[in-house]
Design a binder for this molecule. Structure first.
Ligand SMILES: [Zn+2]
Length: 216
């Protein structure tokens, strides 16, 4: 399933167990998270429908370093692959425990081109994605915030109706709570999470409920 959720931003959700992916079609073509290796065919087809090939993807941005988010990166040999340092170092070490690669039956680990820098804004004009560090699901989890279009790509930090797990390696309920509090200060209209359905409006309410379920 592919849906244009706002002009030139496409939500890609396959029927397999992969994470959600998003294509941001700015001056550069960027993909946010790629999914399991078996997601590659779906990504390729989705790109073809838009008139692109995998080689046209210039940037693959990762919300965090779990294998269900990066294992289809092999489809994009020409892309710059980016992730926050903490998670990227574990991906580079092919850490099966941290990345859950064995759980997902994956063996591919991408070569990370560069880490996100503190306060970085990724320019994909007309889109500008602010990298918001949101530790809690993993220590190197980030969200991407597009201020003008009011989009929040939230990875496994925040879902429509819940939050990501915080009991995995480097996860922390306390840090997740602080991250959610930071997200609640952002003005977003569209929540674009790493799994499940997207959410239009009611962002603050969704975070409030999520924080409550965290600490009952
Ligand atoms: Zn995850």
């Amino acid at each position: 399933m592919m849906e244009e959720v706002c002009k030139n931003v496409f939500f890609l959700q396959s029927a397999n167990e992969s994470c959600n992916s998003y294509l941001v079609l700015g001056r550069k073509l960027a993909l946010i998270d790629s999914g399991l290796s078996l997601n590659a065919g779906f990504l390729k087809n989705s790109l073809r429908q838009l008139g692109f090939k995998p080689e046209d993807v210039e940037l693959v941005l990762h919300t965090h370093g779990h294998a269900d988010h990066f294992s289809a990166d092999f489809l994009f040999p020409r892309a710059q692959i980016r992730m926050a340092e903490f998670d990227a170092l574990r991906v580079s070490l092919k850490d099966a425990m941290f990345t859950c690669s064995e759980t997902f039956g994956e063996t591919f680990f991408p070569k990370i081109s560069s880490f996100f820098q503190p306060g970085e804004v990724i320019s994909l004009l007309p889109f500008k994605l602010s990298v918001i560090p949101t530790p809690g699901h993993t220590e190197g989890s980030v969200c991407f915030f597009e201020k003008q279009k009011k989009l929040l790509f939230s990875g496994d930090t925040l879902f429509n109706g819940g939050v990501g797990r915080f009991d995995m390696i480097s996860g922390s309920a306390q840090r997740l709570r602080r991250s959610l509090e930071a997200l609640s200060k952002l003005d977003f209209e569209l929540l674009l999470p790493g799994h499940g359905a997207i959410l239009k409006g009611r962002g603050k309410e969704n975070i409030k409920n999520a924080v409550e379920t965290l600490f009952v």
